[in-house]
Ligand binder design. Structure first.
Ligand SMILES: Nc1ncnc2c1ncn2[C@@H]1O[C@H](COP(=O)(O)OP(=O)(O)OP(=O)(O)O)[C@@H](O)[C@H]1O
Ligand SMILES: [Mg+2]
Length: 152
């Protein structure tokens, strides 16, 4: 069983299809950590995942850059989309409800900010810009489910 998977995402639609497959494999209690530089597509990925899980392609999914977290009631689980770029320490994260959120699905942009509060188990999604439209992605974690995520 491979412990990580590398994929090419030639355009935004490919990223959205991957996010939909991951949404179908996700369940309450999961953490999905999204890393990559500014503009890599972390928010685009989270938006596609949440829209697919909601069954609503028009679901409004604002980037939580300023609110730091946006929460969603979805048919299969609650989800919390964090953007920790502006996070000011662990106490602030606890005030955002980090601990309670662990029972639901958490999606985290800038997970390096989690420090000691990083979940022991997660799916790590690392996005890298290749060109204006293309990204490469590495998936790590979810040993029990990783083999389901590669198929396009
Ligand atoms: N293959 C692709 N996958 C994802 N996004 C893509 C792709 N091709 C183009 N894009 C575009 O790249 C941009 C990614 O922006 P996005 O806000 O998702 O980045 P981000 O990683 O969340 O940045 P930040 O660190 O500022 O939060 C979007 O405008 C999106 O349409
Ligand atoms: Mg973002």
């Amino acid at each position: 069983m491979p412990s990580s998977l590398a994929l090419n995402l030639p355009d935004l639609a490919a990223t959205e299809r991957l996010a939909a497959r991951i949404a179908d494999a996700a369940r309450a209690g999961d953490a999905i950590l999204l890393s990559g530089p500014l503009g890599a597509g972390k928010s685009a990925f989270a938006r596609a995942l949440l829209r697919h899980a909601a069954g609503d392609p028009a679901l409004e999914v604002p980037s939580p850059t300023f609110t730091l977290v946006q929460s969603y009631e979805l048919p299969a689980f609650r989800a919390h989309h964090f953007d920790l770029w502006r996070l000011d320490g662990a106490a602030a994260l606890m005030e955002l409800g980090w601990e309670e959120a662990q029972r639901d699905l958490v999606l985290v942009e800038w997970p390096d900010r989690l420090g000691d509060l990083r979940p022991a188990e997660s799916l790590e999604v690392s996005l890298r810009p290749v060109s204006a439209d293309a990204r490469s992605v590495t998936l790590a974690g979810w040993a029990d489910r990783l083999d389901r995520l590669g198929a396009t």
